[in-house]
Design a protein around this ligand. Structure first.
Ligand SMILES: *Cc1c(COP(=O)(O)O)cnc(C)c1O
Length: 366
């Protein structure tokens, strides 16, 4: 059997492991922070109608500038943004990859505050960008002073702030974004993949864009918007950022089908986001119940909860899987992460973990 390391692969990729959220066919999958509610029937019908129109034109390449989609995304975000401020790709992972291709690369570095999204170091390595893992403060909270201190000390070309942070759920103060921006001459990315789950009155980094041409706010339709399978991520920034990304994107990177599906779904944004309040309720229910069960629950502004106090996180992960519930072992000792599902899915998870006893003690007796 040939392993990829036997091939003439780049030295810096030899021996690395790919992104690997475990996949398993279980009744209750709460492991990758999807919106687990199905897409409403009338939205499906409208998306299908758009797809049919576009499919008839699919002998031609798609609109390389995806002008209609960018206008729709600008309209969704508001904050005085227009199509020229928007860029999009096949998931915000591709947006982040393009940012690192344009602003990182060989001889350059990107900095993030660990534990954070596991794709950042992988995207850095794929683009030949050096990855610097800075740390966080107590309870995973990032202060302006701490974050600016790391930025000053390391002088990275790109800083990625995850707000709220995955896998901890920790919200981020806008003062941190401002302080990091002032501490660097590089690009500052605020990854707001979970922004829609924050309280309605919590300000987004979108409010900081005016006058900050090196600031990028990244968003996705994969989480609150319940469109993970379509693959559509986007950013808002100065129009010059989109110009830079045009240098590295593949021509026609967004298919006619992706553009049509996303544009149609955005016409139903209120309906697509209609489940957000219930998901937030289930998240708070998880936090409360896990606290009652004796777990150390971390504050979450997202659609998932990170909890500590697990005796053996791998054994508990497996015991929950045996009971039909998939959660995430984020690699933080004695911690697990669970996404808030529907009320019924959340009940299945809470009953299963309660059944494992304090700290999941019964999980080790399989
Ligand atoms: C899920 C997630 C994304 C979204 O990725 P897509 O490629 O848009 O599906 C981006 N950033 C973070 C931190 C995430 O957790």
């Amino acid at each position: 059997m040939t392993s990829f390391s036997d091939l003439p692969i780049r030295d810096d990729l030899r021996g690395r492991t790919p992104y690997g959220a475990p996949v398993a066919a279980v009744p209750v999958a709460l492991n990758v922070n999807e919106n687990t509610h199905p897409i409403p029937d009338d939205v499906v019908a409208d998306v299908m109608a758009s797809l049919e129109v576009e499919l008839r034109k699919a002998n031609r390449y798609p609109d390389r500038e995806f002008a209609g989609l960018r206008a729709a995304l600008a309209g969704y975000l508001g904050h005085g943004l227009d199509a020229s401020n928007i860029w999009a790709a096949n998931g915000s992972n591709e947006v982040l990859q393009q940012i690192l291709q344009a602003f990182g690369g060989p001889g350059r570095t990107a900095l993030g505050f660990a534990p954070t999204y596991s794709m950042y170091p992988l995207l850095a390595s794929g683009t030949g960008t050096g990855w610097i893992a800075a740390d966080r403060g107590p309870e995973f909270v990032l202060t302006a002073e701490h974050a600016a201190g790391w930025t000053n000390a390391k002088k990275p070309d790109v800083v990625i702030l995850c707000a709220p942070n995955n896998p901890t759920g920790t919200p981020l103060g806008l003062d941190v974004v401002e302080a990091v921006y002032d501490a660097t001459e590089g690009i500052v990315v605020v990854d707001e993949a979970y922004a829609e789950f924050m309280p309605d009155d919590a300000p987004s980094a979108l409010t900081l864009l005016a006058g900050r041409e090196r600031l990028i706010v990244s968003r996705t339709m994969s989480k609150a918007f319940a469109f993970a399978g379509v693959r559509l991520g986007y950013l808002a920034a100065d129009p010059a950022v989109a110009d830079a990304l045009r240098l590295v994107r593949l021509p026609y990177h967004l298919s006619v089908l992706t553009q049509a599906a996303a544009t149609a779904a955005l016409r139903h944004a209120d309906q697509m986001l209609g489940t957000v309040h219930d998901i937030v309720r289930q998240r708070d229910r998880i936090s409360q119940r896990l606290t009652e069960l004796g777990y150390a629950v971390h504050v979450s502004g997202s659609n998932f909860v990170l909890f500590g106090g697990v005796d053996d996180s791998h054994a508990t992960f497996l015991a929950l899987k045996d009971r039909g519930v998939l959660v995430r072992d984020p690699g933080i000792p004695n911690h697990l992460r669970v996404s808030a599902g529907t009320q019924q899915e959340t009940t299945v998870f809470l009953d299963a973990i309660a059944g494992l006893g304090p700290g999941g003690a019964r999980a080790t007796r399989r």
